[in-house]
Design a protein around this ligand. Structure first.
Ligand code: TXA
Ligand code: MG
Length: 289
């Protein structure tokens, strides 16, 4: 059980083919058994070890985005334990770009299951020092690879249906994928949330409540601002979507440690490049019910 760095967030890694190890990952995270894990590979060809009926589009996307922050949902191969895929007949795969992650996967010689290394529903760690104590007590080793380049999780795209669709917006944008494949990607209808069991309404949340505000932070408020920070309880955020995503979790974490009554977040712009940031902010600010 090893915490590894990736270019998106830190992962809690184990042999994806070892049922006992995978069960332990669910236990450590407090994650519901029906929420499947991503299987990390060291190269695209390894897809054939874990998936069947791989569509041409998967190879095309792999050639363009791997190694990198794109996860593809394919039909599960018979060797992959169902515990790993949360009981589903599909399997999510990606080849991470982080050089340390790739070397670890290669050295392990097996596909690696690695959910984000946070407690269920919490903030994903983007730095080794952001790891929760509850995670640290249960792992054998933490490999510190410094701050994660993207800071938001990979984009998850489902390739098992007629129209490919994004199940989780992430580091690779919808627009980029659409222009590569030359047609629009589907959205996930709300009634089908079960298709990606990880799409809980509340997620990626610190323990203090998060509220989105459509105004500027006042001097005595705690939160994330696009203006100048007026106290140490405010964090000045970048105006570029990718740079914002890279520091979002660590900024929320930093403020959360001070246990404020609420963390206020100035709403980011609406552009398509902000889709992943909006997704995480909506989930971080959703009520528990
Ligand atoms: O960037 C990332 O993807 C990070 C790093 C460590 O690679 N991992 C990560 O894993 O975010 P996790 O377990 O926190 O999120 C995996 C997401 C969940 O939303 C899950 O429901 C979805 O991928 N997923 C996994 N397998 C799936 C499947 N077979 N069908 C649909 N969704 C799946
Ligand atoms: Mg996660």
């Amino acid at each position: 059980m090893v915490v590894i760095p990736t270019e998106t967030v830190y992962g809690l890694a184990c042999n994806a083919m070892d049922e006992d190890a995978v069960r332990r990952v669910f236990e450590i995270k407090g994650r519901p058994a029906e929420n499947p894990l991503i299987v990390h590979l060291s190269e695209a060809e390894q897809m054939e070890d874990v998936a069947v009926d791989i569509p041409d589009l998967a190879w095309k996307l792999a050639a363009r985005y791997w190694p990198g922050p794109l996860t593809m949902v394919l039909r599960r191969g018979p060797e992959v334990p169902k515990v790993t895929t949360g009981g589903l007949e599909t399997v999510a795969v990606r080849v991470p770009a982080h050089v340390v992650a790739r070397e670890i996967i290669e050295a392990a010689g097996c596909p690696i299951a690695a959910p984000s290394a946070n407690v269920f529903m919490g903030l994903s760690p983007t730095n080794a020092f952001d790891l929760d104590p509850e995670i640290l007590v249960d792992v054998d080793l933490v490999v510190d690879g410094g701050p994660c380049e993207y800071g938001l999780e990979s984009t998850v795209i489902d390739l098992t249906e007629e129209t490919p669709r994004i199940l989780r917006p992430g580091a690779v944008s919808r627009g980029e994928i659409q222009s590569l494949i030359g047609r629009p990607l589907g959205h996930m209808p709300p009634e089908e949330v079960r298709k990606s069991p990880g799409m809980y309404r509340r997620h990626y949340a610190p323990s203090s409540p998060v509220r989105l505000i459509d105004r500027v932070l006042q001097a005595d408020e705690v939160g994330l601002t696009f203006g100048a920070a007026q106290s140490e309880l405010q964090v000045k955020m970048p105006k570029d979507a990718r740079a914002y995503g890279a520091v979002l979790y660590s900024a929320l974490k930093q403020l959360d440690l001070r246990k404020p009554k609420a963390i206020l977040v100035e709403e980011p712009p609406d552009g398509v490049e902000w889709e992943a940031v909006w997704d995480r902010l909506r989930k971080a600010s959703a009520n528990l019910l």
